[in-house]
Design a protein around this ligand. Structure first.
Ligand code: AHR
Length: 510
């Protein structure tokens, strides 16, 4: 195959990759909550980005922007984590109930020191998840709160009957108990959540969950706040010391192009070394999960405890001219590739990774949506999430890749192709492919063991530039396009021509 490749290393020449799916061997279910989102009281992530209040001129439903609601509905958002993040360990739920005009105004000490009006509280959050048909994940306050405060919040959300807190919830407008799927005890207890040791946190967790009660039919799953990056000690201690009332341990890992917090790297206008380094950094998610899963397999062989990656995504230097405390960043094709690489990793570990929440949903870090006053745009990351919708609650299928070319630059080398296959709820066979190489297209010969793959139909997300993006002036620069392939002869193989720097999701016909 003759290709004109500017800037590609000799190792990264196009190759015919062979991919074989074993559709007869069902793997674990890909929990739809792997496609969860995170909305923190941070910058314009909630206020302005989603919440404008019921009296705003911006078209809204009970205060939530209609344009953003529509886009998130189309994304089939399955789960939302709220209210933080670091914010959670300073959040007092009673500040956010009752008439909005009477709610106390606080200072958001974590994020820019701005005023927190408490206009969005428990009822507004559950209204959002109900409007979107999503499930709710509430993060409790262990840092500046108390076990009693968390227990009463749980009672307020889940109790029925004559409990005074249930009556208060009714008086505030919600007759039925809320449907709460997950409750976490604190956030990043090793850092902003209290600078604790895992041993100290484990003791606090055990005490707290003893008192976190809910009716059996409305009991949420409980999460212990775990570690981050390469540190497995939190998973080790928590899964060893906590014997009951623990449904998952959380984990955070952010992708920084440079790997350094002081100078993380720019969201746009980067050179190829930042492209490959970002992808190499994000691929560390695989060993990080594998190392934690090995610990869980030792301490919890019955696999009762899930591993919840409830914060992840790219974290760049903030957009010049924006409030550094607001974590506002642009989002490019590189972010879509990062998202898809992580989805494929989560699928491969779906027996333990039963939830993930990208940080964050709107206007913060690796967002789905960016807003500017009344304008809104969908990011390349949004499109990656939309393309992967068929994987929600699908059954993962094993696949093997032969002749996968390395993509290399400088001293860094990563696999050129990443892939994942699953049988969706409607019985179709889906295949997701990511070509990490920004120069070299890939021909992928797809085989389904014991069957004949005849055609593939779906979408491709790619662009000319590594930092191609949508802007308020040109909001549709990066969009999925139709992608189709079929066998030339009767016996195949089915060859998919994957463009350089692309994400492809197809249904494979046999
Ligand atoms: O997502 C932004 C912040 O990153 C969260 O508040 C915190 O948990 C993490 O450090």
């Amino acid at each position: 195959m003759a290709l004109s490749i500017a800037g590609a290393s000799p190792l990264a020449l196009a190759a015919d990759v062979e991919l074989t799916i074993d559709a007869a061997q069902a793997g674990p279910l890909i929990n739809k909550h792997i496609y969860g989102q995170f909305a923190e009281h941070l910058g314009t992530g909630i206020y302005e980005g989603m919440w404008v209040g019921p009296k705003a001129k911006t078209p809204n439903t009970h205060g939530w922007r209609n344009d953003v609601l529509g886009a998130l509905k189309a994304l089939h958002v399955p789960l939302i984590r709220w209210p933080g993040g670091c914010f959670a360990d300073e959040y007092h739920w009673r500040d956010g109930i009752g008439p909005r005009a009477k709610r106390p105004v606080k200072v958001n000490t974590n994020w820019g020191g701005v005023e927190e009006s408490n206009a969005v509280g428990t009822h507004e959050f559950f209204d959002l998840v109900e409007l979107l048909g999503a499930d709710a994940y509430v993060n409790g306050n262990l840092g500046t709160g108390s076990t009693q405060e968390m227990a009463e919040w749980l009672e307020y959300m889940t109790a029925d009957g004559k409990s005074t807190l249930a009556q208060a919830r009714r008086a505030n407008g919600h007759a039925e108990p809320f449907k709460l799927s997950y409750f976490a005890v604190g956030n990043e207890a090793w850092g902003c959540g209290g600078s604790m040791t895992p041993e100290h946190y484990a003791d606090l967790y055990k005490t707290a969950v003893t008192f976190l009660k809910a009716p059996d039919s409305r009991r949420p799953k409980f999460l212990a706040s775990g570690g981050n990056d390469a540190d497995t000690r939190w998973t080790e201690v928590l899964s060893h010391d906590i014997k009951s009332n623990i449904d998952a341990i959380s984990f955070h890992y952010y992708t920084l192009p440079t790997g350094k917090w002081e100078t993380k790297g720019a969201a746009t206008g980067f050179a190829e070394d930042q492209w490959i380094n970002t992808l190499a950094q994000t691929l560390k998610m695989e060993p990080f999960i594998a190392q934690n899963v090995a610990v869980l397999d030792k301490n919890d062989p019955q696999k009762k405890i899930g591993f919840a990656v409830d914060e992840w995504g790219t974290w760049y230097d903030v957009e010049p001219g924006t409030n550094p405390g607001f974590l506002y960043q642009q989002n490019t094709l590189r972010d879509a590739v990062v998202a898809a690489l992580n989805f494929n990793i989560f699928h491969a570990h779906a027996d333990r990774v039963r939830m993930s929440n990208i940080a964050q949903m709107v206007n913060v870090l690796q967002a789905m949506i960016l807003t500017d006053k009344d304008k809104m745009l969908l990011t390349p990351t949004y499109h990656a999430y939309a393309m992967y919708v068929p994987f929600q609650d699908a059954t993962s299928l094993p696949l093997s890749i032969a002749n996968n070319p390395a993509y290399s630059l400088g001293g860094t080398s990563i696999p050129g192709l990443s892939a994942s296959a699953a049988r969706s709820k409607d019985g179709k066979l889906y295949l997701a492919l990511v070509n990490s190489n920004p120069h070299v297209p890939l021909n992928v010969a797809v085989r389904v063991k014991g069957e004949t793959a005849t055609a593939a139909h779906g979408q491709v997300l790619t662009a000319d530039a590594m930092d191609a993006r949508n802007t308020f002036q040109a909001p549709q620069q990066v969009q999925p396009r139709a992608f189709d392939a079929k066998t030339s002869g009767a016996t195949g193989p089915l060859t998919l021509s994957i463009p350089a720097k692309a994400v492809v999701v197809v249904a494979v016909e046999r």
